[in-house]
Design a protein around this ligand. Structure first.
Ligand code: NAP
Length: 216
């Protein structure tokens, strides 16, 4: 839709899509232009078609551990941990970042798998000390190469959610990959790590939504 689209027009479209039988998943690409209220738009999506799992109903279900959909990025991270047989139970897990779309749900999913989870944010004191205690460190800060080798424990598993640009405008993550990779046991690259997992989870959620809507 053009950026001049009004709140009313956008809500009308969401409502139309909510009722279309051949549409199984709806996601709102954020951020929206400033004159639009993203919360109201997300809340207008039918929770059964909310493949991003941002609707309050789905967020609440995730908190309770009884969910249909998981938010794509944290869910993709968990899938990677499972694929590489990396145990979470009993491990010290540190998540840097507390956004609603990454940090908070990430922490919740690690907790569901019995990790001992610490969430860090911009007001955290002694961040390097806390991150150095992590067996599993997830960086979702949005700052290029923010996590340096001295912030990482030997042998840690490092998951880099960041999608940033370095001083030369090149795509990079929140982790100083070249130096941290020497210290850790696993590390995700940027690009080619968490990003593709996010997209595949979105597809998985859409398929699940189609099945739920068709009672399959
Ligand atoms: P966001 O909403 O900007 O949140 C960033 C978080 O980092 C906030 O909680 C903030 O703390 C914290 N933070 C900022 N500066 C900090 C500091 N100096 N020390 C400790 N914590 C600090 O970002 P987001 O939407 O979660 O995204 C994070 C990154 O992941 C971005 O690079 C984004 O592009 C990327 N991303 C990638 C994917 C993917 O598919 N790969 C998906 C989503 C996002 P406060 O809460 O205190 O401000």
């Amino acid at each position: 839709m053009p950026k001049e689209t009004t709140q009313e027009e956008l809500l009308e479209l969401v409502e139309t899509l909510n009722h279309k039988k051949d549409i199984n998943g709806i996601l709102v690409q954020l951020p929206l232009p400033e004159h639009l209220d993203d919360k109201a738009v997300i809340e207008a999506i039918s929770p059964l078609k909310d493949v991003d799992a941002f609707h309050a109903v789905n967020v609440g279900k995730i908190m309770l551990g009884e969910y249909d959909f998981l938010p794509c990025t944290p869910s993709g991270v968990m899938e990677m941990l499972h694929a590489y047989n990396i145990p979470v139970s009993g491990k010290n897990c540190v998540v840097i970042g507390r956004s609603n779309i990454v940090g908070k749900p990430m922490a919740m999913l690690l907790l569901h798998e019995n990790g001992t989870v610490t969430i860090c944010h911009s007001r955290t004191q002694n961040l390097a000390e806390i991150s150095s205690s992590a067996d599993i460190l997830v960086a979702a800060v949005g700052k290029p190469k923010f996590v340096t080798a001295d912030m990482v424990k030997d042998g840690a598993v490092v998951i880099d959610v960041g999608m940033d640009r370095d001083e030369n405008g090149k795509l990079c993550g929140d982790v100083d990959f070249e130096n941290v990779k020497e210290k850790c046991s696993y590390i995700t690259p940027v690009p080619g790590g968490v990003g593709p997992m996010t997209i595949s989870t979105l597809m998985k959620n859409t398929l699940k939504a189609a099945k739920i809507q068709n009672n399959l």
